[in-house]
Design a binder for this molecule. Structure first.
Ligand code: NAD
Length: 489
């Protein structure tokens, strides 16, 4: 069984000999073994040293030249998209269509980062006083690290990587130890780019690798995406070590349907949002809130969820894959049980799902919990699985009060035919990504991924202009050149 290599100026083995298995969540087949343990701290030291050495040269390369490898990377990603998408499905479980979609979003970030020669341009004020000009330049930080979650192995590193290097930084990526194979494929393409050694590096491992990155003095910035508890920890430890940090956390996303919404369209979009990627999306709809008469909506949501086909993602007739691990499946099934114990009706019960040919797969079928108590725990808990909670409230003001008591603030969506209600909702909902008649309000690469509250720790988010600001530091220069110093020629 293959033990995965690191990529530190080229491929090479980890100093750590202990490993954990990378497992296909549908078949339980062991796909590879990934180094994990204290020894990975040595790998981090080596990777950060390589990145720090590369920085001296890389930061001097003109931005127009720095983006040339990204154009090539876009082309290579497109040429190898099908192979990478199959790898995402095999290690992460989502359907092939979802894997292809994820990769498309990754490529869009590469495209936006190719604009950095103009995006990095800055400001100049002539004559702030007689003979004095003032201007600001953006300079890279140095070595930047990224710690990624399991649920988008192909996309999330690209919220950071292309921007960081195009701005002149060097980069160390630690993928999730649950899904390291996707980035192994991507780094095989990165290896074909005309990049100086050490500009982009990959180290494997779990929390030991993370802690070594958070504590290394040469790491200047940390980009994290994962659960809220870990995000809070990363933010605290990296900030205490003087680093710039952006840490995106978990979510519990509300989606509201008003009586004047287009019901057929809303129901289709909402079930896709809840059950897409088996609910393992930080932008998955979770609490579905109806207002006014909800009879038709409830029945249509039930029917749409019930008819969704679960199975192995590589079989393209399936619409939903497994969750990531047996532990995750068990945790989700316990949360369903707890919701029922709190008083919810299990309108649709996806526990004990069976998929022919995949007896040990981590499958859960679509589940609907109806009328979870608002003061209960489950209505506020990130389930991260294919579970819809269906609740009913009486007015838009009640809805906003409920949404704004959410500890998370990743996304809030409204389905309506009324511009006035939409306007009020987008203005007053406490969440960083808002959808109006949209089920997954995922910002395109040119916009920041704007989580709020416990869904984000930091100031500048991933993607778009925020990425340029995060990966550069500003330097202001004030220059005096008195006219009388002019030499006559
Ligand atoms: P996770 O927090 O368990 O792991 C994320 C990363 O942190 C992994 O690389 C892991 O190795 C590392 N890690 C885990 N525990 C650690 C610890 N104690 N100390 C140091 N490092 C640790 O998250 P996950 O299960 O991989 O991903 C799912 C979570 O990510 C969900 O909560 C989801 O909402 C969230 N997520 C958020 C966004 C967003 O943009 N806000 C996007 C995707 C996923």
């Amino acid at each position: 069984m293959e033990i995965l290599n690191n990529y530190i100026g080229g491929w090479g083995p980890s100093a750590e000999t202990r490993t954990t298995d990378v497992v296909n969540p549908a078949s339980q087949e062991v796909l590879a073994r990934v180094p994990s343990g204290n020894g990975t701290a040595q790998d981090v030291a080596k990777a950060v040293e390589a990145a720090a050495n590369a920085f001296a040269e890389w930061k001097e390369v003109p931005p127009m030249k720095r983006v040339q490898p990204l154009y090539k990377l876009k082309q290579l990603l497109e040429e190898n998209a099908e192979d990478i998408a199959r790898t995402i499905t095999m290690e992460c479980g989502k359907t092939l269509a979802e894997s292809r979609g994820e990769l498309q979003r990754a490529i869009e970030n590469v495209e936006v980062a190719c604009g950095i020669p103009s995006l990095m341009q800055s400001e100049f004020s002539e004559n702030i006083a007689p003979g004095i000009d003032e201007f600001m330049i953006r300079q890279p930080l140095g070595v930047c690290a990224c710690i990624a979650p399991f649920n988008f192995p192909g996309m999330i590193p690209f919220w950071f990587l292309p921007y960081a290097i195009a701005c002149g930084n060097t980069f160390v990526l630690k993928p999730s130890e649950k899904v390291p194979l996707t980035m192994m494929k991507v780094f095989a393409l990165i290896d074909r780019l005309d990049l100086p050694k050490g500009v982009i590096n990959l180290v494997h491992g779990g929390r030991e690798t993370v802690d070594a990155l958070l504590d290394h003095p040469a790491v200047k910035a940390v980009s994290f995406v994962g659960s809220t508890n870990v995000a809070r920890y990363i933010y605290g430890r990296a900030a205490a070590n003087g680093k710039r940090v952006q840490a995106q956390g978990g979510a519990k996303n509300p989606v509201v349907i008003l009586p004047d919404a287009d019901i057929d369209m809303s129901v289709k979009i909402i079930t896709d949002s809840v059950f897409g990627c088996a609910g393992q999306r930080c932008l998955a709809a979770s609490n579905i809130i109806t207002v006014g008469d909800n009879g038709n909506i409830r029945d249509a949501l039930y029917e749409s969820a019930r008819s969704r086909k679960t199975g192995y993602g590589l079989d393209e007739t399936n619409e939903m894959g497994p969750v990531i691990s047996p532990e995750s499946r068990q945790r989700i099934e316990q949360l369903i049980q707890k919701g029922a114990a709190e008083g919810a009706k299990v309108l649709l019960d996806g526990r004990n799902a069976k998929v022919a040919g995949f007896d040990n797969g981590n499958f859960i079928n679509p589940t609907i919990l109806e009328n979870l108590p608002l003061e209960g725990e489950i209505i506020r808990t990130e389930i991260f699985g294919p579970v819809m909670s269906l609740i009913h409230l009486n007015t838009v003001d009640e809805v906003l009060a409920f949404i704004n008591s959410n500890r998370y603030g990743n996304m809030a969506c409204l389905f309506t035919g009324s511009g006035a209600n939409a306007r009020k909702f987008r203005s007053q909902a406490v969440a960083g990504n808002i959808g109006i008649n949209i089920g997954v309000a995922a910002p395109m690469a040119q916009f920041p991924f704007s989580g709020w509250s416990d869904s984000f720790f930091g100031d500048l988010h991933g993607q778009g202009r925020h990425a340029i600001e995060f990966f550069t530091q500003t330097k202001v220069v004030i220059e005096r050149w008195p006219r009388e110093w002019s030499r006559k020629f």
